[in-house]
Design a protein around this ligand. Structure first.
Ligand code: NAD
Ligand code: ZN
Length: 351
């Protein structure tokens, strides 16, 4: 009889280099060329075609937003690569917001079993969140990111000049994620971010705040390699935030939904006696600075909330998990915690 063979595999750690500056595309030439003999540039068609000025470059404009995160679009890109005889020695450059990066990341991870990849995030949210951490994917049957992989780019160019044209609502989406990460990371970063908010978002300290947010996300993602549940912390505000998106049929921006989600989840931490009233009030004031006048515009029966909350990936055996805080910057556990339905009901009624 053959004995079972136990094969232990581990992924070689991959290194991503994150570069900061303005009008970086010209400086990025050597890095992009190092990705492969050919280059495929997948970019948001509302932006100008990137001036890559490299030989053997195929430009593929896509419509930004959830419509580009369809399997059909991924297939169309694969077909274009095949018809242009792009092989394993091809580098992918993605220029756009989170939707374009998620799509391009997935193509890069799977085409020829993996192509080298470079990101130019063009929204604030993509800079501080979507470009970092390696997650990619497409939506299937209306489920977001149903199919995807974890695959890191070799380079991420955080080019602040893209922010000049960004509309306020897109800026708000990014700010909410920047706020979120500080709340689960450290009291010092919370204070720094509060100061940036009160000083005026356009100042140079804002670029430093972007830098810090990226550094915090990288640190948490790296820590999660040892303990995967740490990645839950990135979901502060998202358990209730995602439920709000579902209840409102995605007619609310992700940022505003997560903003309300952080208010409600902060309230639960406060009501359970973990977070002081003063800290909870401060948190709410900052959130109102980011999303002025925000409120839940419609009431929903609690059973509708429960149905929406059950879709959350952190819900285990029907139990709702949220990230609790003991202090702004200090999570109650280094992961999400199970909370009672009563606590959730009180919070969503309060909202
Ligand atoms: N992979 C991850 O870890 C991760 C994390 C967070 C979000 N995401 C994904 O990211 C997507 C949301 O990202 P997003 O908000 O960047 O969305 P997006 O790519 O849809 O961009 C939002 C809008 O901004 C426009 N835009 C992009 N750059 C611009 C610029 N410089 N100036 C003016 N307009 C510009 C786009 O054309 C689009 O209309 C979602 O699909 C979400 O699932 C992924
Ligand atoms: Zn989010």
């Amino acid at each position: 009889m053959f004995q079972p063979i136990i094969a232990e595999y581990y992924q070689k750690p991959r290194v991503s280099e994150v570069v900061f500056g303005s009008n970086l595309i010209a400086d990025a030439r050597a890095a992009i060329q190092s990705l492969g003999k050919n280059t495929v540039c997948i970019y948001d068609k509302t932006l100008k075609e990137p001036k890559l000025d490299l030989p053997n470059t195929l430009f593929l404009p896509v419509d930004a937003g959830e419509k580009c995160k369809e399997r059909k679009i991924k297939e169309e890109i694969e077909d274009a690569l095949i018809s242009h005889k792009m092989g394993a020695d091809t580098g992918i450059v993605a220029v756009g917001g989170g939707s374009v990066l998620d799509l391009a990341g997935f193509v890069a991870a799977t085409y020829c079993r993996g192509l080298r990849l470079c990101f130019f995030p063009t929204t604030l949210l993509a800079m501080v969140d979507a470009a970092i951490g390696g997650k990619n994917g497409v939506n299937v049957k209306n489920v977001k990111n149903y199919v995807g992989t974890l695959y890191h780019p070799q380079f991420i160019f955080v080019d602040f000049s893209y922010l000049q044209t960004l509309p306020d609502d897109e800026r708000q989406n990014g700010l909410v994620e920047m706020f979120k990460i500080a709340q689960v990371y450290s009291p010092e970063k919370v204070q720094e971010f509060d100061r940036t908010l009160s000083n005026e978002i356009k100042s140079a300290s804002f670029q430093k705040a972007i830098y810090d947010s990226i550094q915090m996300k990288i640190a948490l993602v790296q820590e999660s390699l040892q303990d995967p549940s740490i990645r839950d912390l990135l979901n502060f505000g998202h358990t209730i935030g995602h439920a709000i998106e579902t209840l409102q049929n995605f007619q609310i921006s992700h940022g505003r939904a997560v903003c309300l989600g952080m208010c409600a989840e902060g309230y639960i931490s406060y009501r359970l006696g973990h977070l002081s009233k003063a800290e909870f009030d401060q948190m709410q004031n900052c959130l109102l600075q980011i999303c002025p006048g925000i409120s839940l515009r419609k009431r929903y029966p609690f059973h509708a909330w429960i149905d929406a909350l059950m879709l959350d990936k952190k819900t285990k055996e029907g139990n709702i998990h949220i990230v609790l805080l003991t202090k702004r910057g200090v999570p109650f556990e280094k992961k999400s915690s199970e909370v009672s339905l009563e606590a959730v009901e009180e919070a969503v009624l309060w909202l």
